[in-house]
Design a protein around this ligand. Structure first.
Ligand code: PHE
Length: 359
């Protein structure tokens, strides 16, 4: 056995030293130390020796195993180094080559415009608030003083869900105004919040999609009046369209949750499938607004003689179409990458003109 061991050691060490590459070395390792390897077979043979010989023979075979393992590890390191040197000599990096373009995403106009709007209003002191897309009847309608016979409550305007809560079906919020209610119930006045988010209505044409985006604004304080509302919104559109001379007008309107209510229009010129904002003698509606209705205030436990305020709801998508000249609202949500590449924004970290949020 001793003889066999010595012969094997000689053979294996020679083979290891001669292994030309890592593959060959691995083959030798398996042949020697694998489950059916020669060293392994020798170790098994030790068990068949007479008891008095086993100890010495076992130690000898273990020593052989270690010797072979070490030799393999050394040869492997050597081969790896040789391989690396070969690659370094063969491969070269040409630093003068132009870089391969990296795929770069675009910021969707809705995201971009949301950030612009939030930046302007945040500068005026409004904090961002949020509410759920799935609302209940109370927050979306009842608390906003919307009576049962109001058209918004009908099936043709609102997406109702099958699930019910307190006897009334849940629904997809039809506006961001429920966030007003949630805000006033959750905190104490004064309030100054904006709530950007998705809203849902059963509508579909060039300027309507079943899902679109609004920003709600709510300001509640002592002695707030319509002048504050007008000043705030006029400043807002001027900052948003980046023009100080943009014509605006407030038209009397109706919302169950504001009194008085108004719609704000901006001056524009229409013609030949084009719409130019800030000039001409035509008007375009961009938002609804008004002084928060006393019944809404009472409903959330605020005394209308002490606390008053204004609210507004503006359509983000509509503003995006106007500011960036995008003619069809439906294209916003078709997920066409060519469209996004054309109308989207490069995500650069450049501050906006108002120094607000830009990410
Ligand atoms: N919630 C109204 C709408 O979606 C807009 C609005 C908000 C009007 C706040 C007045 C005050 O049409």
């Amino acid at each position: 056995m001793e003889e066999q061991r010595e012969r094997l050691e000689g053979e294996l060490l020679a083979a290891i030293a001669a292994a030309a590459d890592l593959r060959a070395l691995e083959e030798i390792r398996v042949r020697a130390l694998g489950r059916r390897g020669e060293v392994t077979a020798l170790a098994k043979a030790v068990g068949r020796l007479p008891p008095e010989e086993r100890r010495a023979a076992g130690q000898a075979v273990n020593a052989l195993k270690r010797t072979v393992e070490e030799a393999i590890a050394r040869r492997r390191a050597e081969l790896e180094r040789i391989e690396l040197e070969r690659r370094l000599a063969r491969e070269r990096i040409d630093v003068t080559l132009p870089p391969r373009p990296r795929p770069e995403g675009r910021v969707h106009p809705v995201s971009q415009v949301t950030e612009e709007i939030v930046a302007i209003l945040a500068d005026m002191g409004f904090a961002v608030a949020e509410g759920p897309d799935v609302e209940d009847d109370y927050h979306n309608f009842t608390a906003l003083n919307i009576p049962p016979e109001h058209p918004a409550r009908q099936m043709q305007d609102t997406f109702f869900l099958e699930a019910e809560e307190e006897g009334a079906p849940l629904l997809l919020r039809t506006h961001t105004s429920p966030v007003q209610i949630r805000t006033m119930l959750a905190g104490r006045p004064p309030f100054r919040i904006i709530a950007p988010g998705r809203v849902y209505r059963r509508d579909y044409d060039m300027t309507h999609t079943p899902m679109f985006h609004q920003v709600e604004g709510l300001l509640i304080d002592r002695r707030t009046h319509m002048g504050h509302l007008k000043g705030c919104l006029i400043d807002f559109v001027r900052a948003f369209f980046e023009r100080d001379d943009i014509p605006v007008r407030f038209r009397p309107s109706f919302f169950p949750f504001t009194e008085p209510s108004a719609e704000m229009d901006i001056g524009c010129r229409r013609g030949k499938g084009q719409l130019v904002v800030g000039a001409g003698d035509d008007w375009l509606e961009i938002l609804g607004c008004g002084m928060v209705h006393p019944r809404v205030l009472e409903g959330v436990g605020l005394e209308p003689d002490v606390w008053q305020g204004f609210a507004f709801g503006l359509g983000i998508d509509r503003l995006a179409m106007l500011k960036y000249g995008i003619p069809d609202l439906r294209t916003f949500f078709e997920g066409d990458l060519r469209w996004l590449r054309h109308y989207g924004f490069v995500p650069l970290d450049i501050p906006t003109t108002y120094g607000g949020l830009s990410r």
